[in-house]
Design a protein around this ligand. Structure first.
Ligand code: HEC
Ligand code: HEC
Length: 211
């Protein structure tokens, strides 16, 4: 058997590659049930209130999907959009492996951005963003996985505003087990004026655009 010592590592490699490919296939299959709302490229659909998810950080996506599953997000009585998402995920996101696979698949999709960027006072938005948001969400709203802060640059204005209000008003990020959400909820209370938020969103939409 001496001559076959190479067989074991080779077999290990084949198994590893095989299971990786299966996982990706699972993610792709799972994603087909998301397309009706989030779009075939994961670019989102503003009419349906479904945000862009393509290229978002995998760990963030996974955490949100688990929040929806566990009822830590989308259960507040005023959160009708979250309730739709919970219902949509109920069959596809049946276990941890399915959630991880679809999150990995979506995270690997090319990032998208808003075709029509929101308008606002970019100077005010720039100052406020760098003063109050950039430390966590990154200088270009690209996100910072080490701080659990998602990419904001690709999200539409309606979704950004809604989530911001959700955090501020205790609709999202209020569950004791949702530590990153609670952190963001605290930050959302530091920006009281809606007009300031419009300016911050206008700044966020300028990020990653060709100058
Ligand atoms: C019936 C429409 C619908 C379907 C189908 C659907 N979603 Fe959603 N999804 C939504 C809506 C609406 C929201 C926004 C919820 C909110 O405003 O809090 C959302 C939110 C999300 C979020 C949170 C994004 C963020 O930035 O925090 C993720 C992740 C997500 N969906 C992933 C998926 C995946 C993966 C699938 C397929 C397995 C899927 N969705 C299927 C409507 C849908
Ligand atoms: C202390 C760090 C921190 C700061 C500062 C911060 N955030 Fe966040 N933010 C987070 C974290 C962490 C999350 C993810 C929460 C979760 O997992 O649900 C988040 C989530 C969000 C979301 C939800 C995105 C989505 O895809 O659903 C929005 C919108 C947002 N932040 C906007 C802002 C804005 C605008 C500011 C500045 C006024 C800001 N944040 C400041 C940490 C921060």
């Amino acid at each position: 058997m001496k001559g076959f010592r190479w067989l074991k590592p080779l077999l290990g490699c084949v198994l590893l590659l095989g299971s990786g490919a299966l996982w990706a296939a699972d993610g792709r299959a799972g994603f087909t049930s998301c397309i009706a709302c989030h779009g075939s490229k994961g670019e989102g659909n503003t009419t349906l209130g479904a945000p862009a998810i393509a290229g978002q950080d995998a760990a963030y996506l996974q955490r949100q999907l688990q929040h929806f599953r566990a009822g830590r997000r989308g259960t507040h009585r005023s959160d009708t959009f979250g309730a739709q998402m919970r219902a949509a995920g109920a069959t596809t996101l049946r276990d941890d492996a399915a959630v991880a696979a679809v999150a990995a698949y979506v995270a690997a999709l090319p990032k998208t951005r808003q075709a029509a960027p929101a308008k606002g006072d970019l100077r005010n938005g720039n100052n406020l963003y760098h003063g109050k948001c950039g430390a966590c969400h990154g200088g270009n709203a690209e996100g910072n996985p080490a701080l659990n802060a998602p990419r904001l640059a690709g999200l539409d204005a309606g979704y950004l505003k809604r989530q911001f209000a959700y955090f501020r008003d205790g609709v999202r990020g209020a569950d004791p087990k949702d530590v990153p959400g609670r952190q963001m909820a605290m930050m959302a209370r530091t920006l009281p004026a809606d007009r300031d938020l419009d300016d911050v969103i206008a700044f966020i939409h300028q990020q990653g655009r060709p100058k």
